[in-house]
Design a protein around this ligand. Structure first.
Ligand SMILES: Cc1cc2nc3c(=O)[nH]c(=O)nc-3n(C[C@H](O)[C@H](O)[C@H](O)COP(=O)(O)OP(=O)(O)OC[C@H]3O[C@@H](n4cnc5c(N)ncnc54)[C@H](O)[C@@H]3O)c2cc1C
Length: 407
């Protein structure tokens, strides 16, 4: 058994899933997160999970946390509802579950594999048990890679030493410019305003299909879109699940439907910089105004949303590329293969990366492989599937919302 210490930069879903799987294998791990707490920044509400995330969560989480995840996830029908602008159903498109049976040795096969979950709830669950090794208010500024390990330096002047460092620090990664300066991201040309609509109101305005399917989307001739996605917490969690929820201090939460009004930057009345500093209420009013000319129902849905919940996101994507030879530093999730949310797969891939990298680091800890070989195997596979999905998401983004093409 070789003693290795793993430093993870970023406590997003990718970083914390990696930490969970390493802890299960008794590997020494520490996470360093820039934010002051898990709830500092709005990152979206509903998260669509499919085969990669579901297989990964089963592999990386301790079984009690996995049960908790299952008790809070909504299973959806495997379709995207294409809506007309009056919110009636135009058609339903079957949606692939992204299953890769070769990658997942005991893969989950289930017709209802697609889930909509509340991102905050999932992150809260996945952070349970990591309290002592997850440090907040720790922004990585740079690292130094040496033959026998890595030194990470933080904005507060402190540093940490480990054998390997993982950049799981998202699309604006501080690790990537050092580890892979050749990998770039680009503006997708698109932005979107997100908010939460109370479930009871959404039920009155949306057809039942849009509440059962993964996602609903209506688009006009300018490719301005209104997206919807329901999050329903199981109404009658079984007794065991209720007990776990209570013991984890996770109260059952209110159901909601996320609403998204988006399109190319030019369709918005102000620049992204101006809108970023606007209040949630103002953003909601902008979103409603952008739907002028659409039937009233669409505006009522957005206008009836929780006024404090609205925020704006400018979308970017990674540009596929290569990594230099493996060192003792690598990347995971959006830090390497970020994409626009059109396919709803970015978090799924970050969790798949975590499972794959976890498997490789365990071979190092067991003394079966040198570190560089293990990271090399991980990176080769990561680049293949990660950038395939990036390309797929760009194609879908171009079709649905006028996203910029890759260079
Ligand atoms: C609105 C929206 C909706 C989405 N919907 C879906 C969906 O339905 N399904 C899906 O699969 N994906 C979805 N995605 C994509 C998904 O959110 C990302 O792919 C996923 O969060 C990536 O996880 P990650 O752990 O790699 O990075 P992140 O979640 O971005 O986490 C990175 C973490 O690193 C921290 N960090 C950054 N810099 C530093 C630093 N220098 N030092 C220390 N810490 C640092 C950040 O604070 C953050 O906590 C959506 C994205 C958005 C924006």
């Amino acid at each position: 058994m070789a003693q290795i210490k793993v430093l993870i930069v970023g406590a997003g879903l990718g970083g914390i899933c990696l930490a969970q799987t390493l802890r299960k294998a008794h590997i020494d791990v520490e996470i360093f997160e820039r934010d002051a707490s898990p709830w500092d920044r709005p990152q979206g509400y509903r998260l669509h999970l499919e085969a990669d995330a579901l297989n990964a969560l089963r592999e990386v989480l301790p079984s009690s946390l996995h049960q908790l995840f299952e008790a809070t996830a909504m299973r959806t029908e495997p379709f995207t509802t294409i809506l007309k602008t009056d919110l009636s159903v135009a058609k339903r498109i079957p949606t692939d579950d992204g299953q890769d049976a070769q990658f997942w040795p005991e893969f989950i096969s289930d017709e209802k594999i697609h889930c909509n979950v509340d991102r905050g709830t999932l992150r809260e669950i996945a952070l349970i048990g990591l309290e002592s090794c997850c440090h907040f208010n720790k922004q990585l500024t740079r690292y130094e890679s040496k033959a026998d390990g890595v030194v990470a330096t933080f904005a507060d002047g402190t540093s940490a030493n480990g054998h390997v460092l993982i950049g799981a620090d998202g699309i604006h990664s501080a690790v990537r410019p050092q580890r892979a300066p050749q990998l770039n991201t680009m503006d997708a040309g698109v932005q979107a305003i997100y908010g939460r609509v109370p479930y009871e109101l959404a039920e009155k305005l949306l057809p039942p299909e849009a509440l059962e399917d993964i996602f609903g989307i209506a688009t006009d001739e300018r490719k301005l879109f209104l997206g919807t996605g329901a999050v329903r917490f199981p109404t009658k969690p079984d007794v065991a699940a209720k007990e776990i929820l209570r013991s984890a201090t996770l109260e059952p939460r209110d159901n909601y439907v996320v609403c998204i009004v988006g399109g190319r930057h030019e369709l918005f009345p102000q620049s992204h910089a101006e809108l970023r500093s606007a209040t949630p209420k103002y953003l909601q009013a902008v979103a409603v105004k952008m739907l002028e000319g659409w039937p009233e129902k669409a505006r009522d849905l957005v206008g009836g949303g929780d006024s404090e919940s609205f925020f704006i996101v400018s979308m970017s994507t990674s540009v596929p590329g290569v990594l230099d030879s493996p060192t003792n530093v690598t990347l995971l999730g959006d830090a390497v293969h970020a994409m626009t949310p059109t396919l709803g797969r970015g978090a799924n891939l970050a969790m798949r990366d975590a499972a794959l990298l976890g498997r490789q680091l365990k071979t190092v800890a067991r003394g079966e492989k040198p570190l560089a070989e293990a990271l090399g195997s991980y990176e080769q596979e990561l680049l293949r599937y990660g950038f395939d999905v990036v390309r797929e998401s760009v194609a879908m983004g171009q079709q649905r919302m006028g996203q910029n093409p890759l260079p």
